[in-house]
Design a protein around this ligand. Structure first.
Ligand SMILES: NC(=O)c1ccc[n+]([C@@H]2O[C@H](COP(=O)([O-])OP(=O)(O)OC[C@H]3O[C@@H](n4cnc5c(N)ncnc54)[C@H](O)[C@@H]3O)[C@@H](O)[C@H]2O)c1
Ligand SMILES: Nc1ncnc2c1ncn2[C@@H]1O[C@H](COP(=O)(O)O)[C@@H](O)[C@H]1O
Ligand SMILES: N[C@@H](CCC(=O)O)C(=O)O
Ligand SMILES: O=P(O)(O)OP(=O)(O)O
Length: 706
């Protein structure tokens, strides 16, 4: 006998606390699922409020408002005829839970609170919610008065339950639970659950999709089953980009997948699955031996048939297909671009302002904006009504919507080269000009010498002292102070331009621009930047990306966006151009820092991803870098130099511009990489002593390798 059921999951672009539009998107996704003939619809984690409400989850009002939204779903008869798994925060016996409400025909079947909360990296769920943490435990939830009246009873079950319909058994596991070693789906699957839903609030980070796909396919490969993964998509008001990618798996194989990076606010995917396939996959004596030992779940009996659709006789099971992964370079091109689009439309700003230096970092920021314009123009061409409405508000210089990415870029991206007569080379000036021209940005090329000289002279007027650059005989401190005036003047001017260019261009309705930053991970870790210079901006799309990955991204863009102009940026030696160029001196980042960017990238990973302190880093690099020809002493010197500069410059991270989170090695001091910013000398001396002892021991033995 064939048991074909059609199931749906979705990716929704929710915005924290935007109840009205969140509800609209939820309802539309249910309508689309129904239209496709689905009898089960799953939505993202906490979709009623948006996942990223953070400390708002401590406010009672958020729970009250969520009930308003849930009531609207319950009382909307157009949403009947389908099992709805919807996410919301829930107050129960004075504890707050991250919960699922399972609904059918306007009635709540049960609540399923999240058992194990996500609390690492950017996740802080333990700060707002109580984990249920009692597998298979069930209580009664007392409904609010108006829901009692609607429901016709006072209580519904809340807990780790499973639902028995007439034809199958289904259950919810929520996001992080999939990532835990003892995931609920294991016991549930052994206990006869055939369909698992997973509602997530999972943000993008490079290569993370690989891990999700591995975990989900593993979840149903050994134990059989249908797995419906739903996720939020977009920027919901924070540094994170939720990367959608709703998926449906059957017995470990993918059968449907939505976009990972998209400007669509709602993407619903459906699959037709044959429950007999699940039953056949589970028909194995060894699985049976474990199944009979599995703990019993309380079952909620549901008088509904998932395979009841009249058209099901005409259906065929959806065939497996290979998963679609993006290259990491492509992820950099698309993730920050989608995030920027949401940020731009939601902040209601008029566009962006960027200080474009002719170096690769600001080039990467500009290229990401260009990528965003490409996506937005393509979405308009596909008839995306939301993007059309947003574009009409943003691109107001023309009465028609821009037809090309360059035309859109010209309306929203403003770039400025801020040169110094003696410091700026014609090459960087030219590169900035060429890039702006290629992508259509509204570009200005100005010199800032007068501002620099005025600022410098004010000190001279006050004290009679005139600082000099090193190449002119000044001290290190004077040399730095003069560099910093230039760098900080650029920040002030960039903000000035951002506030005035809409006036200059007579933008209908006026407006002001968001200032984009372009500092990367490596210079932040090493502290090779001036506090409150152009590293200070409104938002930074590349702040959690290393130089090595940025160069890869620019190389990819040169080819895939057909931008030969980018090759010059790849070939150029990175330089701050803050010291005068002389016949025998040109400033260079890597020489100034005492590290190559590749070395800094490695430190970034070891420190954060591998969780290593100075001595641990030394041991790891000893085995890696001595193979490449360095002596143990040279490795030790590099490690000590890195941690020295890291420690004295960490304070700069406390004012780092909010950056798109894309990497597990991000040094973001505000939400992701929490560290002190005044380090004791012992941080260096204690670990450095161990490093020195080890080097001496190796040298005594005459060993130049680990
Ligand atoms: N701006 C650019 O475009 C650019 C580019 C590349 C490199 N750089 C490099 O960046 C460096 C900037 O110089 P810098 O680091 O001396 O200047 P900075 O002004 O960025 O930082 C030093 C300032 O930080 C403050 N500070 C020091 N220790 C602190 C602590 N523990 N807590 C809080 N605040 C503290 C002090 O007020 C001090 O004036 C230079 O090496 C320059 O070459 C700048
Ligand atoms: N000459 C410049 N014109 C515009 N913007 C500039 C210029 N030099 C630097 N900037 C901005 O500052 C940051 C950091 O500079 P580094 O090259 O890393 O020293 C850069 O990304 C530009 O936004
Ligand atoms: N580790 C999970 C947790 C997310 C969640 O529970 O919301 C992820 O990154 O996808
Ligand atoms: O910050 P930029 O754009 O000036 O890049 P670089 O540091 O490579 O010169």
């Amino acid at each position: 006998m064939v048991h074909l059921v059609r199931v749906a999951t979705c990716a929704l672009n929710q915005w924290a606390l935007d109840y009205e539009n969140n509800l609209r998107r939820i309802k539309q996704s249910i309508h689309e699922a129904k239209k496709e003939g689905a009898t089960l619809r799953v939505g993202p984690e906490l979709e009623i409020t948006g996942y990223g409400c953070l400390d708002h989850f401590l406010e009672n009002e958020v729970y009250e408002n969520s009930w308003d939204s849930l009531y609207s779903i319950l009382t909307d008869v157009s949403l009947h005829g389908i099992i709805i798994d919807v996410g919301l925060p829930l107050l129960h016996r004075n504890c707050t839970y991250n919960a699922r409400a399972i609904i059918l025909n306007g009635k709540i079947l049960c609540f399923r609170p999240k058992l194990y909360l996500a609390n690492d990296g950017n996740f802080r769920e333990m700060r707002f919610f109580t984990p249920w943490k009692r597998p298979r435990y069930v209580e009664q939830y007392f409904l609010p008065p108006r829901i009692q009246e609607h429901q016709g009873c006072r209580q519904v079950p809340i807990g780790d339950v499973v639902l028995s319909t007439i034809d199958t058994c289904l259950a919810a596991e929520t996001c992080e639970e999939l990532f835990t070693p003892n995931s609920p789906h294991i016991e549930m699957g052994l206990n006869g659950v055939e369909i698992f839903t997973n509602s997530s609030g999972s943000h993008h980070s490079l290569r993370k999709l690989d891990e999700r796909i591995a975990l989900i396919s593993e979840a149903t490969r050994k134990n059989g089953g249908v797995y419906l993964y739903s996720n939020q998509i977009g920027c919901d008001g924070d540094r994170l980009y939720y990367d959608g990618c709703a998926m449906i798996f059957v017995n470990g194989r993918l059968v449907a997948q939505s976009s990972q990076f998209s400007l669509n606010e709602i993407e619903v995917i459906v699959a037709t699955v044959d429950l007999e396939d699940v039953r056949a996959a589970r028909c194995s004596p060894s699985r049976g031996q474990q199944a009979v030992q599995a703990h019993e779940y309380q079952r909620i009996e549901v008088d509904f048939n998932l395979s009841s659709n009249e058209d099901s006789l005409l259906w065929e099971p959806t065939p497996p297909r290979p998963p679609r992964y993006h290259l990491p370079e492509e992820e950099i091109a698309l993730g920050p671009a989608c995030w920027l689009w949401d940020y731009l439309r939601r902040s209601r700003a008029a566009g962006f302002q960027l200080a474009l230096s002719g170096g690769i970092d600001s080039c990467a920021t500009a290229t990401i904006v260009y990528s965003m314009c490409r996506l937005a123009v393509a979405a308009v061409k596909q008839g995306n009504q939301q993007v059309i409405a947003d574009m009409k508000r943003i691109a107001v210089y023309s009465s028609e919507l821009p037809e090309t990415a360059e035309a859109l870029c010209n309306q929203i991206l403003h770039t400025v080269y801020l040169g110094m007569e003696a410091q700026s080379s014609k090459e960087t000036r030219q590169r900035a000009h060429d890039l702006a021209a290629h992508i259509g940005a509204y570009h200005q090329d100005v010199n800032i010498d007068t501002m620099f000289q005025s600022a410098r002279d004010i000190l001279t007027q006050a004290t009679g002292f005139t600082p000099k650059f090193k190449v002119h005989g000044g001290s290190n401190t004077q040399n730095l102070a003069l560099q910093n005036i230039q760098a900080r003047s650029r920040m002030v001017l960039t903000y000035y331009f951002a506030q005035q260019l809409c006036e200059v261009r007579e933008r209908p309705g006026g407006g002001s621009l968001l200032v984009l930053g372009s500092s990367n991970v490596d210079e932040c870790l090493r502290g090779y930047l001036t506090k409150y210079d152009c590293s200070s901006a409104d938002i930074n799309p590349i702040g959690s990306i290393s130089k090595v990955d940025l160069v890869r991204f620019i190389t990819w863009s040169a080819k895939n966006f057909n931008m030969p102009v980018l090759q010059d940026f790849i070939d150029a030696v990175p330089t701050a151009e803050l010291e005068p160029i002389t016949a025998d001196y040109v400033q260079s980042d890597e020489a100034d820092m005492g590290f190559t960017y590749k070395e800094l990238s490695r430190f970034g990973q070891l420190r954060k991803v591998n969780k290593l302190g100075p001595y641990g880093c030394f041991l790891r690099l000893l085995s890696e870098w001595t193979k490449e020809g360095m002596t143990p002493r040279e490795v030790a010197d590099k490690v000590k130099r890195f941690f020295h500069f890291y420690a004295i410059n960490r304070h700069k991270q406390t004012v780092a511009t909010p950056a798109y989170h894309s990497e597990s090695y991000s040094p973001d001091d505000h939400r992701f990489d929490l560290r002190p910013f005044v380090y004791p000398p012992a941080f260096e001396s204690w670990s450095f002593r161990k490093i020195d002892e080890r080097v001496e021991a190796l040298e005594k033995k005459g060993r130049n390798t680990a």
